[in-house]
Design a protein around this ligand. Sequence first.
Ligand code: NDP
Length: 315
Amino acid sequence: MPATILDGQKIAADIKAEIAEEVKSLAASGLRPGLAAVLVGNDPASEVYVRSKVKASEALNIYSEKITPPESVTTEEMLALVADLNRRDDIDGILIQLPLPKQVDAKKVLLAVSPEKDVDGFHPMNVGNLSTQRPGLVACTPLGCMEILKRSNIPIAGANAVVIGRSDIVGKPVAMLLLNANATVTVCHSKTRDLPAVCRTADIVIAAIGRAGMVTRDFIKPGATVIDVGMNRVTDPAEFKRFFAGNAKREQDFAAKGSVLMGDVHPEVAEVAGAITPVPGGVGPLTIAMLMSNTVKAAKLRRGVRMKSTARGNE
Ligand code: NDP
């Protein structure tokens, strides 16, 4: 039986509808969450990401502000900008779109963001809060993976979960969230021995590698759940054919655009997995929804507003 497709668009839409309600009830008490997005220079991919984040904020009636320092900005100027945003009461979330230009010390700038306004969840204080199960802000993509699992009724407690990838942005925080939810977690990386055998022990596989179609059917225990975080652009016609020959929709897209977006998971995995997220339309939409969720959460935490018991994330 082919895998159930876990529809990230639908789950993200449900979450956004809940957030819109929360924003409405906050407005009744005179509070409007605010998000500042700092976009340095003219990187086209970063511009697309920031545009979609600002658009999502507007749709939910979250105040948003785009700040666009020039490509030549210095570390000191970025630090001054962040200090100003940290001070402003109308800003609850600060998002520094990465990558920053080479001359800017990105670590220093990210560290300067107040942990209370760190809606990306990258600050060491928030990383520590996550690992010690204290309230705080958690990275958006890992939160999105958890929402997909929970809202699709995939059992997590007691499950064997294998995370492929150990980045600070995805692999490590998603492993910690799974552990906090009582999964038995294995974290794999480029030095892991016999990766397919390790993955075959998993009830849940999270692929966060950045290699198109690397996870093949021999990695997957029949019936396992597969969350594909990877976002890879395939431009080589031979590579495209290897993954998508005979897929009319993909062939049309490739002919029109000269490329397709695909995850780290080979399409053949859908024949063995129990459930799987598509790319696009899986984890991606959740990342933005969870950024919105974090902005509202930051606004509430900072002002001591009680969180709803049904709230998302590690509350
Ligand atoms: P990184 O490059 O920071 O990390 C990749 C990880 O994969 C590393 O830990 C690396 O191991 C591991 N890895 C690389 N090659 C192999 C291999 N052959 N076998 C086993 N492990 C391997 O990437 P990110 O975590 O930032 O992103 C991962 C993917 O997720 C990317 O495709 C990215 O575009 C996507 N992404 C998607 C988001 C979304 O919203 N959907 C958001 C963020 C990322 P090692 O540490 O040993 O080098």
